[in-house]
Write a protein that binds this ligand. Sequence first.
Ligand code: TRP
Length: 349
Amino acid sequence: MYDNDYFTLMVSIMTSSRFLTGITTTGTPHLGNYVGAIRPAIASSQNSNDEAFYFLADLHALIKCQDPEKVRQSGKEIAATWLALGLDVSKAVFYRQSDVPEISELCWILTCVAAKGLMNRAHAYKASVDANHVANEDTDYGITMGLYSYPILMAADILMFNATHVPVGKDQIQHIEMARDIAGRFNHIYGETFTLPQAVVDDSASVLQGLDGRKMSKSYNNTIPLFLPEKKLKKHINKIKTNLLEPGEPKDADSSTVFQLYTAFATADQTASMRKEFENGIAWGESKKQLFELINDQVRPFREQYEELLLDTETIEKTLQLGAEKARDESVPMINTIKKATGIGRFHA
Ligand code: TRP
C-alpha cells in the first residue's frame, strides 16, 4: 500500500504537465475573453514551471468564417493582444496552427480512426441540425464537413503535442472527451502513441456579462472589446443595461452587470466599498464612471503596446515563426512516429 502511494507520488512529480489551448481567430478579443481565458493563461505562463502551448486556431476559423479579411484581422488582433499583455514567449510556445502542417496530416490519420457515430453526437453539429429542423430545412443544410469534423481537428491539435491539460470553457469539454476517445482508439489499434488529455475548466474564472446582461459573447453581439480607444471604451460602458432606479435609491449589486464587471477587475477592498456604494444608492452614471476608470487604468499600459504591434505585423510574424519552429521541433518527429505506427510514409529514415 505504502509502496504504491509512493510510486504514484514519484510519477506525478516526474511527469510535468503540459498545458495547451487554441484560440479561434474569429472576432476581436473582448473583456470576457480577457478575464476568462487570456489573463489566467498569461499569469500561469509567467509563474509556473508547467509547459504551455498556445496557438491561433486559424484552421478552425475557416469553419465559422469565410471572409478572408476578417480571419486575417482577427489573427492579428489576437496575437497582438497576447503579446501586448506580456505572454512570455521564451517559456510558452506561441504559434499559428496552419504553420504546423503536421497537425493537418494528423487530422486525416485521426479521421480514419474516429467513429462517425461519435461525430454525430458533437454539440456544435447537433445544434446546426436542430436549427435546420426548426427552420424546416434539409437536415444537412449549410453544414460543411469542416463543422462535422471539427472535433477531429481539435483532437489533432492536442494529441500532436501529447498535451496533458487543456484549459477550455465548459462548452468545449465534450471535444476533449472526444480527443481522449480518438486517442484511445488509435492506441488500441496501433500501440501506445498518444497521451490522453484532460480538460481543465476553471469554475472560479468568472464568466462576464455583456452589455445586455447575458454572457459576454461575440455571438450575442454584446461585447466590450478589450483594447478600445479610451473614448469608445467609455461609450461602451455607458451602454451597459441598468434599471430605472434613481440616484439615492439602494441598488442590488449582485444582479447588476456594472457591479459584476467591476468585481472582475477590482481588489477585494474595492469590491467591498463599491458594494456599499450600491447600498447607499450610487447613481448609475457614477457607477459606470468608476467602472470605466478602473478598467481603463488597467488596460492603458498595454493599449499602446497593442496599437504599436498591430501596426508592426512583422514583429508579430517573427514571433509566430519562432513559435512554429519550436512547435515543429516536436510535431515533425511525432508525425513520423505516427506514420510509422500506421504503416505509411518512408521505408527508410
Ligand atoms: N475549439 C476551441 C474553441 O472554440 C478552440 C480550439 C481549437 C482549441 N483547437 C483547440 C482549444 C485545442 C483547446 C485545444 O474555443
